[in-house]
Ligand binder design. Sequence first.
Ligand code: PLP
Length: 451
Amino acid sequence: MADSRKINLYLRPDSKSSQLYSRATKVEPGGNSRQTVYNPPYPCYAKSGYGCRVADEDGQERIDFVNNLTSLIVGHAHPKVVEAVIAQVQKGSAFSWPTESEIRLSEILTDRVESVERVRFTNSGTEAVMNAVKASRAFTGRPKIAKFEGCYHGAYEYVEVSLDPTPEQGGDPRAPKPVSYTRGASPGVLQDVVVLPFNDLEACEAILKKEKGTVAAVIVDPMPNRAGLIPANPMFLPGLREITRRYDMLLIADEVITFRLGYRGTQSVFGFRADLTTFGKVIGGGYPVGAIGGSAEVMSVFDPTGGKPKLPHAGTFNANPVTMVAGAATLELMTPQEYAYLDELGQAARSKLSALFERTGFEAQVSGWGSLFRIIMSRRKLADYRSSLVSAEAKAAGQELFLGLMARGVAITSTLFGSMSTPMTMDEINTLVDAVEDTIGEMKRRRNCLF
Ligand SMILES: Cc1ncc(COP(=O)(O)O)c(C=O)c1O
C-alpha cells in the first residue's frame, strides 16, 4: 500500500472536517447530535456514499463497514431504493392519513417473522423498544421489566439501566445490581428494572423466579453488540422463553440489529418465539424507522377501534410513506440468497481476521455471526458483557487500530464493530484484512515489538 494513503486527511488542522467541527461546536453541545458518531479529537464528516463506499468532506474515500450502524444492508443510494423514494417524494412525503405503503411493509414483516402477526411503526429503534416495554406493561398491568447487563436497546431510561457498569458497580456477576447509566435518573427507574446475566440460564431463572408477578417482560437482544457481539448459546433463548412462560412474563426480542442476520431474523434460527419483537435500522432502507411487532393478542393493546386503547400510541411521522417505500424496496431486494451471500462475506472476514491475530500474536479476537463482526482487544473467553470488557490500555490500542484502518481506506466503528452490505465482494473483505495486518504491523514497530 502506498504510504501517501496511510493518513487521515480529516485529521489535518486545516481539513474541512476540522472546520465543520469548529462550526458545529458553536451550535451543538460538543459539536454533536449523536453520541455514537463522536470520536476524539472530532469526527470525520461524510459528504456522500455510493454502494459500499463513503467519501468524506476532504475527498478521502473508504469502504463503509459501518453502514450507518448496520442499517444500510444494500449499501448507500441503491438505485431501487432511490427510485422508490423519488417516486414517493414527488407525490408528497407525509400525510395525516394512512397510506398503502405501511400495509405493504407490515405484510413483509408478518410474512417473514412467524411470531409477528401485527405491526406498529415508529421513527426509531428507541421508540420501538419504548413502546414494546409500554405494551408489555399495558398488557400485564405490571411496571417492572428485566434486561441483560451491558446490553443496549436505545436511549430510553429503563432499558439504559446497567448499560456500562464496572464489575465493581454491578457486583455479583450472577445477580447483577441495577446501575444508573445517566445522571439524575429517577430512583423509580432503578427500582423497576431487574438486571440479568446473559447466557446464564440458571442464574436468570433464580432471579426471575423471585420476580414472578412483578415483571411485565424480559427484553433480550439475541447477539448484543455493546456486550461484545456474542451470540446467545444455542439453548439460551429457547430456555429463556420457557422460563418467561413459567413465571408468566412476556418476552421481547430486540431485533433492531439482528433482523439483518437472516430473511426471518433470528427467532427461527435460535428456535424461539417472542411475544413482541422490535425492529429498526434495515427495515427503513436508510430512512428513520422503528417497528413493534407481535401476537395479535398482545398487540391489541394499541387497537383504537373499541374506544381509548390500553396503550394509545401516536407520532407525527409514524409510518411515513418515504420510509415505508424505502424499507419495502430494501427488504424486497433481500432474498434468502442475499442473506446467504452476506453470511459468506461475514464468515470470511471473521475467519481471516482470527487467523491473522493467531499468526501475529496480536492480543485480539473476533466475535459476531452472519453479516456482523467485532474485534475485541483481548484473548479472554467470551460469554457475556463482563467477559468482553478490556483494559484501558487495550482500549487505547483499539483506538489506534480504528484510526489506522481509517487511514487505509477502511471504515469500521471506533468500537471496532462492522457489518457487510450486498455491494461488497471478497475484494473488500481482503482489503479489510490487509488493512488490519498493515496497521497492527505499524503498531508493533512503534511499540518495539511489545506484542
Ligand atoms: C439492539 C438495539 N436496540 C435499539 C436500538 C435503538 O435504535 P435507534 O438508534 O434507531 O433508536 C439500537 C441502536 O443501535 C440497538 O442496537
